[in-house]
Design a protein around this ligand. Structure first.
Ligand SMILES: O=c1ccn([C@@H]2O[C@H](COP(=O)(O)O)[C@@H](O)[C@H]2O)c(=O)[nH]1
Length: 235
């Protein structure tokens, strides 16, 4: 039997030991793992390789955003770690996204390449503050279309925008959605949120979930509850 867990746990820890301790307690059949900027800056590629060697699918969430040559080379370096997904910011533009896609096409065990559209911590007002005078939903649509045209494998967006993305990008184009908050949990800095059940019903492929799991008094129980909610919503 092949397993395709929908949850990607964001290992936003300050030290490798905390990430490894979490990984030692969970089974790769029931969640994927994400290494982001905090953990990668603290623990580096060695930690990523350790998680890959424990048979987890690892999303290396470094959101590259730079000139095309630099991003292409960074993606190639990420591919060498054996990760499952790498990402770039779609707002880096079509030349940058195409350069990244082309560089990865030459890699052995090519990871999936996805583009961040609009951060789930941003709402329409915050977009306006950075000079983008449209709604988050329209900006996501625009950037997701661009990512698809550039040959990327999918996008990061909030689950709220998945139905819009699905109007022009059917599977296997991936929708990876942070901003997931189980009912009653703290929202924190996220703005465009959905519950796990709502996200899968909206058609999200993978749900990125950090604090509602890692900061729970019993992280394993929190993960199990979320997996149950997803299973019920899919049945
Ligand atoms: O638009 C985005 C892109 C990435 N993230 C990352 O996902 C997790 C979410 O963690 P929570 O604790 O569940 O809020 C975090 O690592 C972010 O860097 C995102 O939230 N939004």
């Amino acid at each position: 039997m092949t397993y395709d867990p929908k949850v990607i746990v964001a290992l936003d820890y300050a030290e490798a030991k905390d990430a490894l301790s979490f990984a030692d307690k969970v089974d790769p059949r029931f969640c994927n793992l994400k290494v982001g900027k905090e953990l990668f800056t603290a623990a580096g590629p060695a930690l990523v390789e350790k998680l890959v060697n424990k048979d987890f699918r690892v999303f290396l969430d470094l959101k590259f955003h730079d000139i095309p040559n630099t991003v292409a080379k960074a993606c190639t370096a990420a591919a060498k770690l054996g990760v499952w997904i790498v990402n770039v910011h779609a707002s880096g533009g079509p030349k940058m996204m195409s350069a990244a896609a082309e560089a990865l096409s030459f890699c052995h065990n090519r990871p999936k390449l996805i583009a961040v559209t609009v951060l789930t911590s941003m709402d329409d007002e915050e977009l306006k503050a950075v000079g983008i005078n449209t709604t988050a939903a329209l900006q996501v649509e625009r950037l997701a279309k661009l990512a698809k045209e550039c040959g990327l494998d999918g996008v990061v967006a909030s689950a709220r925008e998945v139905p819009i993305i699905r109007t022009f990008a059917s599977r296997p184009f991936l929708t990876v959605t942070p901003g997931i908050r189980p009912a009653g949990s703290e929202v924190g800095d996220q703005k465009r949120i959905m519950t796990p059940g709502e996200a899968v019903r909206a058609g999200s492929d993978y749900l990125v979930i950090g604090r509602p799991i890692t900061k729970a008094s019993d992280p394993l129980e929190a993960l199990e509850k979320i997996n149950q909610e997803i299973a019920v919503s899919l049945s």
